[in-house]
Ligand binder design. Structure first.
Ligand code: NPW
Ligand code: K
Length: 510
């Protein structure tokens, strides 16, 4: 599991060490780790550190201090370093260190053209303008220069952000008007929440964590992300004594004569994800299509361990809406977990009476937010701060909210958020959400876990595996949602087998 902490949590952890006079040591470790990553990246991209042109953008705080000391280390390894002071002042000891090495130090009072020339000619730009102490957005002139640089940036140029890309809010993940877009972010002690939360997560690139001797407690992390190594442990697997009913039965109310494909995709995905049994509730079309593709699916309602409701159901499909309503009533009575999508959202007017995962996209979240809390927000406002708005709906509906998007944000009323990054942009295609509903439904039916924190973890797991299945189905090119549904089985199997092999290798090495 990847874990992230708020800047305040990291600062609280730093304070005793700073009080004990270890601030310089912390910065020295941070700068050494930063310089090492820069050197490795320079070697990988250009073959050498010696002779490469490095530009360090330096702000007035400790983030700039890290960049200055790292610049010294790279200069000692033969890089041609230029320092651009972006705020007039800079970390005094760091500045003394670069001056002692005769490193070229410039100020932002150079002409725009000169600054752009520095930016465009560097092999490596180190972004030490601002870190955890920063607000979202860059100051006006700097922001404009960064925008112009981004428009003309050479493809091979490397941008390494120090701790967080400047211009992002390290806590909330907001970016304001302008922010640095990094290829790599070298962060210290542990991930800051803004490195996982969109939109800032898009600016971070690959994130490398440098150990500087701070111990952040795993259980206090407030944003998490499921990764490959978690799947084997978390994915529900049958015991030898299990049968189809004890594994878990999923009830699916989805699709309609108008949108039959949603039901077919959700059913395919649930079967592929390994549900004990699937009961499909709905009209002959799409019921007949499902039976043809998946003869193991049982038609009609019956006892289930979870419901997946609403994909491909329009508000005027009365029989399907009634079936959803009946399933919700049963779920409230027996506290069955439900996965609610599309057509099911129209039936939510307040806190839900059963454990549930809602799977809206930004537009549907805006509608839910308006209905549940009277707050009117646009789709764009949600995309600018998805974590906050997902949390509002999670609190108002007392449910887990999985907000679909390139980054998937999973929020719950009390407990950590999860953010799953994009596996492949090809997944942005019709039917993706229906496949996800099937996967989440299968997980809810078979995991036997239904507290909201457990459902939030399952939602993150399902989202991650959905992305891995998309990677298998895509192979770097266009994909079909049917193939993603089928690939769920192979994604889970591959990740389980890989975990077993790694465990065996580990034992052998011991
Ligand atoms: N503490 C430690 O032990 C360790 C800390 N470490 C490092 O310290 C970093 C935190 O340093 P920090 O607290 O000095 O703040 P920092 O992020 O450098 O800059 C804040 C200054 O920038 C300004 N500013 C604000 N917003 C801005 C914006 N959008 N764009 C531009 N400027 C902006 C604002 O000034 P203002 O504009 O308000 O006058 C403020 O004074 C941390 O990320 C890590 O790298 C490591 O060395 C490990 C040990
Ligand atoms: K930075």
């Amino acid at each position: 599991m990847r874990r992230a902490w708020t800047p305040d949590q990291v600062r609280a952890c730093e304070t005793p060490l700073l009080d004990a006079g270890q601030g310089d040591a912390l910065m020295s470790r941070a700068a050494a780790g930063l310089a090492n990553v820069c050197a490795t990246e320079l070697r990988e991209r250009y073959g050498h550190v010696y002779g490469s042109r490095v530009l360090a953008l330096v702000g007035k705080g400790n983030n700039g201090g890290d960049a200055l000391f790292a610049a010294c280390r790279l200069a000692r390894r033969g890089a041609h370093v230029t320092v651009l002071l972006c705020a007039g002042r800079a970390h005094p000891a760091g500045l003394r260190a670069v001056r002692a090495l005769n490193i070229d130090v410039r100020e932002l009072d150079e002409s725009d053209d000169d600054v752009l020339r520095f930016l465009l000619c560097a092999h490596l730009v180190i972004d030490g303008i601002a870190g955890t102490g920063a607000r979202a957005g860059l100051p006006d002139r700097l922001g404009e220069l960064v925008r112009r640089w981004r428009g003309r940036k050479p493809g091979r140029q490397l941008v390494v952000a120090v701790d967080v890309p400047s211009g992002v809010d390290a806590g909330t993940g907001q970016t304001g008007g302008s922010a640095i877009a990094a290829d790599v972010t070298v962060t210290f002690a542990g991930l800051k929440t803004g490195l996982l939360i969109p939109p800032a997560a898009r600016n971070a690139g690959r994130v490398e964590v440098v150990d500087i001797g701070l111990e952040l407690a795993d259980e206090q992390a407030v944003v998490l992300a499921v990764e490959a190594s978690d799947v084997a442990a978390l994915w529900p697997a049958p015991e030898p004594s299990d049968h189809k009913y004890s594994r878990g039965v999923l009830g699916l109310v989805a699709g309609s004569a108008r949108y039959p494909g949603a039901a077919v995709l959700a059913a395919d995905a649930a079967v592929s994800a390994g549900v004990g049994m699937l009961r499909y509730v709905g009209p002959d079309t799409p019921g007949g299509l499902i039976a043809q593709r998946s003869p193991e699916v049982v038609a009609g309602a019956g006892r289930v361990q979870a419901w997946a409701l609403g994909s491909g159901v329009a508000p005027d499909e009365e029989s399907q809406v009634d079936a959803i309503r009946a399933a919700l009533d049963e779920a409230i009575e027996t506290q069955l977990p439900c996965v609610l999508d599309a057509g099911a959202f129209d039936l939510i007017y307040g806190p839900l009476g059963m454990p549930a995962i809602l799977t809206p996209h930004a537009g549907e979240l805006a509608t839910l937010l308006g209905r549940l809390s009277g707050t009117i927000v646009s789709r764009e406002e949600i995309e600018a701060d998805p974590a906050r708005h997902a949390k509002s709906v999670a609190e108002a509906a007392n449910a887990v909210v999985l907000l679909k998007g390139a980054h998937t944000v999973i929020s719950q009323p009390a407990g950590p958020d999860y953010v799953q990054g994009p596996a492949t942009a090809w997944l942005a295609t019709a039917g993706s959400g229906d496949v996800l509903t099937g996967v989440l439904g299968a997980l809810a039916a078979t995991a036997g876990r239904k507290s909201l924190p457990q459902l939030a973890e399952l939602a993150a797991l399902g989202s991650f595996v959905h992305g891995q299945a998309a990677l298998l189905a895509s192979q770097g090119g266009p994909l079909r949602s049917l193939h993603v549904a089928a690939a769920v089985k192979y994604a889970v199997t591959e990740l389980r087998v890989r975990a077993r092999e790694e465990k065996n290798v580990g034992q052998w090495q011991l």
